[in-house]
Write a protein that binds this ligand. Structure first.
Ligand code: NI
Length: 395
């Protein structure tokens, strides 16, 4: 068996992979309510005689092969609350919902890999576990729910691999990075309660807008002065709501924001600092600040051995010239939960058409990945699983 034949096998079913992706694109569903998407995946697996179970209501977990060893491949299946503006003839028919993060392509590519793996089932050196995961886009993340339901046991995968389409690199370029790849992403919510009054009688009130303004500036000191500068961190306040007229000081200001880090320890220290500083600053003026963080995903840390393994497979299939280093991003990705439990490698695959220098990015209403990359994604997923199981366990 060689990888060239897996790539040509993937290319021979490229039409089907694209058709599946277009069906999913036309029928996007939001996180945790991917009911029709789940049925579509189940039917596709039934058609090629792959057994599966359901987890997390809409997640589909399939097994191919037999034996002691196991490796997992994961695709996310949910869409976003975005109004599509691509003008494609297979654009979303579900108003206000769009596959703007490419999870339609991820699902179709994993289905393509399933088909390839099924034809080679007898040659597999173990079990390939396919995880079609719901709710990547919404805290607490489908990955955390599936893990609680036992997706990483029975059988236990030695490693897990996943991929994301990437608009910044041309079609077919595969990029890897060891260690931190994406950041923790926590949602932050503040309610600052002062005391409303007429603006002309400030001594009769407590102005929460002035406190909020001071707080927004002050909190940056947690990132600039309380963080090891060698450990990246972002604190952004992205929403502020209060008041309605020119002459009345309101009672309440509401703020929202995000905290990002590659370092779990600093992340929790920073949350404690934000709470302490916010409450203290408000108290200084006699106001009350309630700070409520909603913990999101942990940082995504790739395992060096798993990365090296997948990278070698990618170089063998496509040539080293299309394999590059990924520059870590402070985005969030719930694949991080798997990576906390078992060796993991997440890579990105370029989907920018070769004749374009810019493709609207992920979560953009005009995001349109080049479909030529999808067969390559199926080939790489299938090859990594086959290679993993036919080589001695590297970890
Ligand atoms: Ni995504």
């Amino acid at each position: 068996m060689n990888q060239t034949s897996i790539l040509s096998q993937a290319e021979s079913i490229s039409g089907e992979i694209i058709a599946n992706r277009r069906h999913l694109h036309r029928n996007p569903e939001l996180s945790f309510v991917e009911f029709n998407t789940s049925v579509f995946i189940q039917n596709a697996l039934r058609e090629i005689d792959i057994p599966f179970t359901i987890m997390g209501t809409t997640g589909v977990i399939a097994l191919i092969g037999a034996g002691e060893r196991c490796v997992a491949l994961r695709a996310d299946i949910d869409a976003l609350p975005i109004d599509e503006e691509t003008g494609l003839d297979f654009a979303s028919t579900n108003p206000g919902v769009m596959h703007a993060c490419g999870h339609d392509a991820h699902t179709a590519m994993l289905l393509g890999a399933a088909k390839i793996l099924k034809t080679r089932e007898a040659e597999l050196g173990g079990v390939v576990k396919l995880i079609f995961q719901p709710g990547e886009e919404k805290v607490p993340g489908g990955a955390s729910i599936l893990i609680k339901e036992g997706v990483l046991s029975n059988p236990i995968p030695e490693a897990i691999f996943g991929q994301h389409v990437y608009p910044d690199t041309p079609v077919g370029e595969i990029s890897f990075v060891s260690g931190p790849m994406m950041a923790s992403a926590d949602e932050l919510y503040w309610t600052i309660t002062g005391k409303g009054c007429h603006a002309a009688q400030p001594h009769q009130g407590i102005d929460p807008i002035m406190i909020a303004a001071e707080m927004i500036v002050h909190l940056q000191s947690i990132v600039t002065k309380m963080r090891n500068p060698l450990k990246p961190g972002v604190l952004a306040i992205t929403s502020i709501h209060a008041g309605s007229v020119t002459n009345i000081v309101p009672d309440v200001v509401e703020l929202k924001g995000t905290l990002r880090s590659f370092d779990n320890e600093w992340r929790h220290e920073a949350l404690a600092h934000i709470k302490h500083h916010s409450e203290s600053l408000a108290a200084m003026y006699g106001a009350v600040c309630e700070f409520k963080p909603l913990l999101g995903y942990p940082p995504l840390i790739n395992n060096a051995t798993a990365v090296e393994f997948a990278r070698k497979t990618a170089e063998t299939i496509f040539g080293a010239e299309v394999v590059s280093d990924f520059e870590p991003k402070m985005w969030g990705e719930d694949f991080a939960f798997y990576a906390q439990k078992i060796p993991a490698c997440f890579w990105v695959m370029g989907v920018r058409p070769r004749d374009l220098s810019y493709l609207p990015g992920l979560h953009n209403a005009k995001f349109t990945p080049d479909e030529e990359s999808f067969a390559k994604g199926s080939a790489l997923l299938a090859s990594v699983a086959i290679d993993w199981l036919s080589n001695p366990k590297p970890l």
